[in-house]
Design a protein around this ligand. Sequence first.
Ligand code: NAD
Length: 269
Amino acid sequence: MADEDEVRTQESVRELSSVAGETAVVTGGSSGIGRAVAETFVADGADVVICSRTRDDVETVAEELNAADVPGSVLPVECDVTDRDSVAALAEATVEEFGGVDLLVNNAGGAGSGGPLHEVESDGWDGVIDVNLTGVYTVTTAFSEALREDGGAVVNTASMAGRYGVAGMGPYSAAKAGVSALTRTLADEWAADDVRVNAVEPGFVATPPVREKLGLDEVPERAGADRRVGRPEEIADAIRFLASDAASFVTGQTIAPTGPPNTFEPPEV
Ligand code: NAD
């Protein structure tokens, strides 16, 4: 963690925004934003545990990232954030391998199938709330002891949908609003333990599910008349900043990387 008396030159801020030497857990690290976070963290020199529900996916990504010439390492763990036993095993595996954890990125999630709220079946509601909101609670509490032992940082992937509420995405909007509220709550509760808790609320980002919905190619295109779709790495950069010592005086905040213009008009999906 940063020395409070340090004078921050441009050079030192660049150094402070690195997560080198940290142990990080990134849920949903096999795809999209989570994969980009894992990639930027290992490039800095962090040891990163990535988890997702599918063993093959998470192992393939770990192999790819470990094969690159990077100073950090990736440990793949199969884990479903909606399953408490599976999450407990993730926490156990992390502590066993690295002796603790410094950074937790609660990123696993997804919008679900969508539709007007009055047509959403209770199963659909439960599924979206379970992965996006309850999953954050389950993972965060499983790592609570390890994080609070020596201090650290949590970054949650919320959404602009949670800030504004998006028609056709009721359960998802509610879940992500809950994640932003939990972020502020936990920041207060863990302040004395030296654990900072922040969130990102991205706009549309060209990850596999969004590209599929919008019919986008690999290269991000415009989603609306004058709106750019973000790249996963652009969200990962915001997450890296919040996780790093460059944000040592930032907690309980949400950053909304949405790209210009600075308004939220979701494209037709
Ligand atoms: P993605 O589908 O590319 O990645 C989602 C990841 O979460 C995958 O690795 C998947 O395996 C994992 N995951 C899903 N359910 C899981 C579960 N139950 N247990 C463990 N892992 C699980 O999607 P993405 O767009 O990169 O989404 C990442 C996060 O960003 C999500 O929380 C999403 O809601 C949020 N988000 C995305 C956008 C966007 O436009 N792409 C915008 C705002 C917020």
